[in-house]
Ligand binder design. Sequence first.
Ligand code: 9MJ
Length: 685
Amino acid sequence: MTHEQAPIDTTRMSIPKKIAARAAELREQLHRHAYQYYVLDDPLIPDAEYDRMMRELQALEAEYPALRTPDSPTQRVGGESLDAFEQVIHRVPMLSLDNALDEEEFRHFDRRVRERLKYDGPIDYTAEPKLDGLAINLRYQDGVLVQAGTRGDGVHGENVTANVRTIAAIPLRLFGEGYPDLLEVRGEIFMPRQGFEALNERVLKAGGKPFANPRNAAAGSLRQLDPKITARRPLSFYAYGWGEMSVERLADGYRDSLRHLASWGVPVSSEMRAVPGVDACLAYFADIGARRGALPYEIDGVVVKVDSLDEQERLGFVSRAPRWAIAWKFPPREELTIVEAVEFQVGRTGAVTPVARLKPVEVGGVTVSNATLHNIGEVWRKDVRAGDTVFVRRAGDVIPEIVRVVLDRRPPDARPVELPRYCPVCGSDVILPEGEAIARCTGGLYCPAQRKEALIHFASRKAMDIDGLGEKLVDQLVEKGLARNPADLYRLTLEQLIGLERMGGKSARNLLAALERSKSTTLERFLYALGIREVGEATAKGLARRFGSLEAIEQADEEALQQTPDIGPIVAAHIAGFFRQQHNREIIQRLTDEAGIHWPDVEKPDADNLPLVGKTFVITGKLSQPRDHFKTLLEAAGAKVSGSVSKKTDYLLAGEDAGSKLVKAQTLGVTIISEAELPALLGDR
Ligand code: 9MJ
């Protein structure tokens, strides 16, 4: 028989007095600082100090588990998982609120209150924002949170204590003195906007389905059987009432009662106000409505309550709703309407964007007759069709959007939306390269929708570098009909320019001189200036070096274009689509033949002429641009770019924080160059 030593049962071990006192002190401090941080938003100590105290308490509790009381701040992290929620019974039923949907209904509420109280003067009301979350009952016994229950049907709720303990704004133990032995605090658990957005971003990244609104997110988070999940959700809480208590009242009025709760560390809305009479209520409603978007949490109206508890008692209840309170709701931000048509608009960059024309409907107090659909991919994903009944939403001041289609109400003849083949503005081909979400007009130089953008880009420094031709001037030239495309710029006369705003004789002559100078350029600058989608400087350079002439590029098919370093199917589709347009070609011809834009012959793309033929490069470390950019430049100069350093490597292009590749290159004696040394190797000016 073996004599195993029994494990020490620390739960029964007596706890040294000093340890118990230290744990109590840490608990007290952590409660205070959590309140300062989460409720008052006014931390008194650095986060690191808080974390240090928390770890010290956790260590003490690990050694002496009997110290781990249910109100310990360490319990916020979430305990054991549940199989199901138990039931809680609310001995004082949890109320719901009657609604007022407009001013008239609110005035009706006020009239009834005054009639019942037989009082004709202004009633002393309290107003507060109506939070859109989940109602909760928090039961404190001797100042310690012992139970948290949802409203449920008002009498039977769900016991969500383990989850509620993880919410930092909810005190696990009340502060100060004077609280009743038994106190049930009631209020709303909600998810602040910022936390909601961050949560949805996390959910999306993990490939999940985002929550539709903060209310759903709060409810979903609280009804998790695993409190560790709730602990990671950014929930908060405001109190707006009480339930069972071991005293009759906390004060004579509602505001004073809430002030007592606040003095014990319970969060109360800082927007609570005394509003005597209807006019003050109207002003409060308007004020909060105007600030709604700036509040850190979503609200869906205001709650107005008769302040005097005596008057509340005289008014009483109808079923579960008190006659002394009303929820005055903002106009809904989501409505149903019918899609009359789906049309397409062309943006300044040639993006072809679908727009839904709607049967006009009032949403959140504004008449909505158009909704953006962002891109054709979204139309197909949401499967929006002309004739469909849809939910439209206005969030803040943003453009209304279609949330979803009510499929049950789809007319049998509704056809899926097709992408137009031709630009609705200029008639050029519309392309949607495979894998892209945004369709584009290919008539970049010619399309009126893209005129200003095309001219500004054409004149910019890295393109044709036409000094003095900025955005304001382009606006005027286009609006006066003096320039519809880049070729028109070279027909401008001194008289025309002098007639423009803020254009004296000197600036006009300077501009004409700059235009004249710009005619002498390089093929890569000219290619870049055309503003072909996805063709930046590096790609333009690659094209110029690979093909040697504009004619060769114009004639290249997509397959040939893809032989250029860094040009894949999408870029190739944009280039070929651009040169297929007769209108674009005509303008290019005018630029070269009529205006006389010219460039030196590009050195034959003969391999022997490229400066880095036969050289192998490896790129490592942090550079000013993505690695692909440098790969393109190097390949265009004839170099090979490899992924790993070996004896065959000629150069290592090393940026900041280069690691093992740099070490290997050093041991092998490979030439190491920085980004700044690259232009010289590429043979650039
Ligand atoms: C909300 N949801 O913000 C009440 N509420 O009062 C406020 N709800 C309420 N009060 C009695 N501020 C029952 C519900």
